[in-house]
Write a protein that binds this ligand. Structure first.
Ligand code: AMP
Length: 581
């Protein structure tokens, strides 16, 4: 009897996780022997490929240390700088460096590796829900981002965009997905979303999965639907797409599939025209058996709201990956988002784990690393209950590279460890995938507060808050102001405050601005608070046990009580009037 493709995937997972140590060693040997002659490795290994020498001599690095090499490649230097194979392009991650997206090289092999990873992360999901490729279509909301051309002529794209561009992916789109390729590549995010919802509604009887890469995108889609269902229904009734859609590709795709369907329009209207939207996803797509999106990490803030709309459909976080490497898969797709662990796949990259201090999270039971454990440990040697920073060495030219994620080992599947995602390092505030550091925030505040100077005000304290109570989320800045002369805060000009909001947005990094333009993030808000508010905040933290000598104003507020204190002292709220350039 023919085995199902996902059964082959499950068998491969068993094999890989059983032989994790050997596969890791072989992979490292292969990466080093292929690239021993590169300029980067030569300076540390002098042409040798020994694992112990690699561990001893090759430094653990961040993007900043790699950037000069990446810049040379991007500027057209074709010598073997990081890799022996030709570099075919770059992947742009949502992290930034000096306001610019981080770029990592890719080679011709990359597409096959993502394809294999996809088979592996889909297999456990299919085991639970059946082969969805047989039974219907996926309503996955997908958005390609514009590519950037580097001076070398090599293009830089996000991982998802490069996957959507693959000919194999495009070929299977019409059969397995509800979104036509034109809607995915539509440069207008609202039009793209409108059309993807429209196509998903028209094909609602075939939809077996509702999803997107991240939970925040799905919530944004549901909110959009709440505001536009009447227009969508009228399009479905008439069999014609609204005039709001000006993108020619989308209009053409619509003309191929749309025909008047008043019954369907009435049905959708009845579902959407309800007081409560609880369970709307299940009602609109009754054959969907799960919701697929990453709900771990920063996305956990969205799971409660998504559960409200889901009508009991399981939320499945299938994978953990980054632009730099494919890492882990979820072998228990039905697990609650808060409990999800990802099993690392030893054939994807050579993984090492730098022990990190465990003492700052009271919510999880964790063990303390003693001070001697500061050397990176191999994949198979991590200890459950301990936290680590992830390092990757890849066939794409990264060597002992800090991805920037903190993970906690939770156990093993065969000999491969499993990890919970703990947090992104150096991220102060984040409502989607944009990752804004304290330094980014500080720089933007500094630029904006300069506008207050001529008015005779100074900013004495600030903090931030990621308001995700409604989608899309937005940044809230709490500002305490003081008159330069005297201590009483006189009226501040609302026009200037609005300008401050805009100036902040303009001064934030590349990814923030892209996300704002695409309405993935809503306008930034400044809330001016009464004088003395930040003293009250300090008192609050001291009452919770912080030491006065070590007290540091938090750059982002997470505590509900602290937020209440701030909100109870707000004197004025101001919003950025337009997207930053
Ligand atoms: P990018 O920089 O755009 O490649 O995004 C990759 C980053 O997204 C990772 O380094 C993580 O910080 C985050 N991420 C990816 N998958 C997950 C996941 N399953 N859970 C939590 N965070 C994730």
């Amino acid at each position: 009897m023919e085995t199902k493709w996902y059964e082959d995937g499950l068998n491969m997972i068993e094999e890989l996780t059983t032989n994790a140590e050997q596969i890791q060693d072989e992979l490292l040997r292969e990466i080093l022997s292929r690239n021993a002659g590169t300029e980067y490795l030569r300076q540390f290994l002098h042409g040798q490929t020994d694992k112990q020498l690699f561990k001893k001599n090759v430094p653990v690095i961040t993007y900043e240390e790699l950037k000069p090499f990446i810049d040379r490649i991007a500027n057209g230097d074709r010598s073997n700088i990081l890799l022996a194979e030709p570099i075919t392009g770059f992947l742009m991650s949502s992290g930034t460096s000096g306001g610019q997206p981080k770029m990592t090289p890719v080679t011709a092999e990359a597409a096959q590796k993502w394809e294999l990873f996809r088979t592996l992360y889909e297999s456990p999901v299919m085991k639970h829900f059946g082969d969805i490729n047989q039974g219907g279509k996926r309503m996955e909301l997908m958005f390609a981002r514009p590519e950037i051309q580097t001076p070398s002529g090599l293009m830089a794209a996000s991982v998802t965009t490069s996957i959507y561009k693959e000919s194999g992916f495009r070929a299977m789109l019409p059969k397995f997905y509800t979104s036509p390729v034109e809607t995915i590549f539509c440069p207008e995010p609202e039009q793209s979303l409108y059309c993807q919802l429209l196509f998903g509604l028209i094909q609602r009887d075939e939809v077996v999965l509702f999803g997107s890469v991240f939970a925040s995108t799905l919530l944004r889609a549901i909110k959009f639907l709440e505001n536009h269902w009447q227009e969508l229904c009228s399009d479905i009734k008439a069999g014609q797409i609204s005039h709001r859609i000006t993108d020619l590709g989308c209009r053409k795709a619509a003309s191929l599939i749309m025909k008047p369907n008043p019954q369907l329009a009435d049905l959708i209207e009845n579902i959407c025209n309800c007081k409560s939207r609880e369970g709307i996803i299940r009602k609109l797509w009754p054959k969907a058996n799960h919701i697929r999106c990453i709900c771990t990490g920063v996305m956990r803030q969205y799971t409660a709201e998504l559960e409200f709309y889901s009508g009991g459909l399981p939320l499945v976080s299938a994978l953990y990956a980054c632009s730099e490497a494919q890492c882990g898969i979820n072998l228990e797709p039905l697990c609650k988002p808060a409990d999800v662990s990802f099993t690392f796949l030893p054939n994807m990259a050579y993984f090492e784990f730098l022990p990190v201090n465990n003492d700052h999270d009271e919510s999880i039971e964790i063990r303390s690393n003693n001070n001697e454990d500061t050397e990176p440990v191999d994949l198979v040697n991590v200890k459950p209950g301990y936290r680590y920073e992830l390092l990757v060495t890849t066939s794409e030219g990264l060597y002992r590279y800090k991805v920037g994620d903190i993970l906690m080992a939770t156990g093993f599947h065969n000999n491969a460890p499993q990890f919970q995602f703990v947090e992104r390092q150096n991220v102060a505030i984040c409502v989607d995938q944009e990752k804004t550091s304290e330094a980014d925030l500080f720089k933007a505040v500094k630029e904006a507060k300069a506008l207050l100077d001529p008015l005779g005000f100074v900013l004495t304290e600030y903090t931030s808050y990621a308001d995700t109570s409604s989608a899309p989320g937005h940044y809230v800045l709490f500002w305490e102001l003081k008159e330069k002369e005297g201590n009483h805060c006189k009226e501040f000009d609302p026009k200037i405050m609005v300008e401050c909001c805009y100036r902040m947005e303009e001064s934030l990094h590349y990814t923030y601005k892209i996300y704002r333009k695409k309405s993935i993030i809503a306008p930034l808000e400044i809330r001016v608070v009464k004088q003395g508010t930040f003293d009250a905040i300090m008192d609050y933290y001291l009452s919770k046990g912080a030491s006065l000598s070590q007290y540091k104003r938090p750059s982002c507020i997470k505590s509900k009580e602290a937020l209440k204190i701030l909100d109870s002292r707000v004197m004025g709220k101001f919003f950025s009037p337009k997207s930053p350039l």
